[in-house]
Design a binder for this molecule. Structure first.
Ligand SMILES: *Cc1c(COP(=O)(O)O)cnc(C)c1O
Length: 423
């Protein structure tokens, strides 16, 4: 969406809270990411960032190399299949795969799994064997060592994710012998949202060192090496996707050093990304319900709170979002002459945790104003407390430029009777 007026118009036409996602921006992000990676790098889209079927379909079709799907639930499996991902392009990950979901994935034709432990590998093998097939497994490695620390680090300490790298050699025989599985590669995911290019490159270099050692400890040749991601984009604040102009050359050099056959596809190299691919495609529109002052502090109450965006803020991660309204901006910077004032941005929920920003600069806002929160295409509805206090889920409007592609809303319906295992 180019013009602010059209965003406002959408908010008024479909009601708020309302997400607007622009498929042109999704495709631009995919193009930009592919251009910053070594030629031929496979890109797995992490559905958890936003499983909206129109967005994930755009990441598979559209110009440029098709993304593959990284999923972690039967809901995400359904979205991938509905969006036309061939089962062979789906990687199933997660630390708590249940027998039921493994069966469902294998029955649907999924054959690629990330195994997070020896027992997880055995569970995958049992499900595959029950279907008379063999699952191709990546071993997720939890590296004992860390390089530069940036973003959300998920390795180097005790965690539910992955196999501790220092134990690999001692379990390699068992890993290679699990019926119903074939270990074909490695999966390393050590960081999220790395804004600093040097840190991102350092992390990938370290990942490749860990992968070489793991390949040696395992004694199997790697066919697929998933080196994770960490590509950054602002979250609910103004700004641009991070740029990584040196990444491609540096990563190619590191791959040449550690995996000299990679250019011949041995192994194929893959990355994963959620937020970078969809984050800047989305704008959240909300309406000001009320403005009040309490003991000298101003509260702007919106119809969108942690039930609509950034539910994790309700769990202790306060997000200062930026809002814009009618050309005025509001997170410390101002456009033109607009007057700003300090206020907290609260949602409608009956909990003090329902804050989107605390004591930030906002334009003078009044009930009825429609505000826009930028860069909300990733971890929006899917990462929010949709059920909490029973408000309707936000409307989701998908556009391509000025054309509206779809308008939808998630509905929660309580079902009686046909629930449970013996359905
Ligand atoms: C969450 C997650 C991703 C996506 O992370 P982003 O920061 O959104 O790119 C990728 N891979 C794994 C294993 C994840 O858990």
């Amino acid at each position: 969406m180019s013009a602010r007026t059209s965003l406002e118009e959408l908010g008024r036409r479909y009601g708020t809270p309302c997400y607007v996602y622009d498929l042109d921006r999704v495709e631009a992000a995919r193009r930009d990411l592919a251009a910053q990676l070594p030629e031929g790098t496979e890109i797995f889209y992490a559905f958890k960032a936003n499983p909206h079927v129109d967005l994930v379909r755009a990441l598979r079709t559209g110009p440029g190399p098709a993304c593959k799907a990284e999923i972690s639930s039967t809901g995400e499996l359904a979205a991938a299949l509905e969006a036309g991902y061939p089962p062979s392009d789906i990687l199933y990950t997660g630390p708590g795969k249940t027998p039921g979901e493994l069966n469902e994935a294998i029955a649907a034709g999924v054959r690629m799994f990330s195994a997070e432990s020896l027992t997880d590998l055995e569970h995958i093998g049992e499900a595959a064997t029950a279907h008379g097939t063999v699952a191709d497994c990546l071993l997720r490695i939890n590296s004992a060592t860390a390089s530069a620390s940036t973003g959300i680090r998920m390795t180097g300490k005790p965690t539910q994710f992955g196999i501790d790298s220092e134990t690999l050699a001692s379990i390699a025989d068992k890993v290679r012998a699990v019926p119903g599985t074939s270990v074909v590669g490695l999966h390393l995911f050590s960081q999220s949202n790395a804004k600093d290019e040097a840190a991102l490159i350092g992390e990938f270099q370290h990942t490749l060192e860990v992968a070489v050692q793991a390949q040696h400890d395992l004694g199997v040749p790697l066919r697929l090496l998933d080196i994770g991601g960490g590509f950054a984009v602002p979250y609910g604040q103004r700004g641009e996707r991070a740029a990584y102009p040196r990444l491609r050359a540096e990563l190619e050099a590191a791959l040449d050093a550690h995996f000299p056959q990679w250019r011949q596809g041995a192994p194929r190299v893959a990355v994963e990304s959620g937020r970078y691919l969809v984050g800047d495609s989305g704008t959240l529109l909300a309406t000001v319900s009320n403005v009040k002052v309490s003991r000298g502090r101003k509260f702007v109450i919106l119809d969108a709170g942690i039930n609509t965006f950034g539910g994790m803020s309700g769990l202790g991660r306060i997000l200062p979002v930026s809002v814009t309204v009618e050309g005025r901006t509001a997170d410390g910077e101002t456009d033109g002459e607009a007057e700003t004032e300090k206020a907290s941005l609260a949602g409608p929920l009956c909990t003090p945790g329902d804050l989107l920003a605390r004591e930030v600069e906002v334009p003078a806002l009044a009930p009825g104003d429609v505000v826009a929160v930028p860069n909300t295409g990733a971890y929006g509805p899917t990462a929010s407390l949709l059920m909490f206090l029973g408000r309707p889920a936000p409307t989701e409007v998908v556009v391509r430029g000025d054309e509206v592609v779809s308008v939808s809303r998630i509905e929660h319906v309580r079902t009686y009777g046909r629930v449970g295992r013996d359905e």
